[in-house]
Design a binder for this molecule. Structure first.
Ligand code: G3P
Length: 216
């Protein structure tokens, strides 16, 4: 099975606005886009229309639909742009559990994919029961660092995979930098990885992504 690679652009200055568009244009040169997902800033989601061949996803969504909801990011509006999924509850954008429940429930009605981020195994247990499209396990203390989750916490990846089995797919993230990190995560039962700085902060993001993909 091909690893699914979710690239979180976060709000890094080289990955927002016109720079986001440049990065996506570079990434577009990769022929096999099947398992690649680009989670861009909310203000750049309109780019899905310019890059229909790419899977452009959000970084956060709200529970409300259309209406008097100032500042909202509704799933309905993303679907209207052709955006079919989003991260939710990232460590840098946490959400109350009652709101998570209603977003996941609604996402299934709308056919929208939620990548629900969790910080520990208790959250993995609690939220995998909601059966979102994915659970993304990221130990917050390793995010943005040089030690990958697959090096520092391999046993936890296996446990998280066991928890998610039969309910949802597992992604792992935090400090992911190399193909070995991806391979180890897959061997431990993950469906793929969620990665930010390892690609976006690299001097040549496209080269780094290609090397993470291996021969495909
Ligand atoms: O969403 C991905 C993220 O939080 C991990 O960040 O920079 O450690 O790859 P990074």
């Amino acid at each position: 099975m091909e690893p699914e690679i979710f690239i979180n652009f976060k709000h890094y200055n080289n990955a927002v606005g016109t720079n986001s568009e440049k990065l996506l244009a570079d990434f577009k040169s990769i022929k096999n886009q099947d398992s690649l997902y680009y989670c861009v800033a909310e203000t750049d989601l309109y780019l899905q229309k310019s890059f229909p061949e790419l899977h452009i996803y959000g970084q956060h969504v709200d529970s409300n639909g259309y209406g008097a909801f100032t500042g909202s990011v509704s799933m309905e509006s993303l679907l209207d742009l052709g955006v079919k999924g989003s991260l939710l509850n990232h460590s840098e954008k946490r959400v109350d559990s009652s709101i998570i429940e209603s977003i996941v429930k609604k996402s299934k009605e709308l056919g929208f994919k939620i990548i629900l981020c969790v910080e520990n195994l208790d959250e993995a247990e609690k939220y995998s029961k909601l059966e979102p499209a994915y659970i993304a396990y990221e130990p917050p203390e390793l995010i943005g660092g040089d030690i990958s989750v697959s090096t520092a916490r391999p046993e936890i990846i296996g446990q998280a995979a066991e928890i998610c089995k039969g309910r949802t797919k597992l992604l792992v993230g935090a400090g992911v930098k190399t193909k070995e990190d991806v391979d180890t995560s897959m061997a431990l039962g993950a469906a793929g990885v969620l990665i930010a700085s390892g690609i976006i902060k690299n001097a040549k993001p496209i080269n780094r992504l290609v090397s993470l993909m291996g021969n495909r």
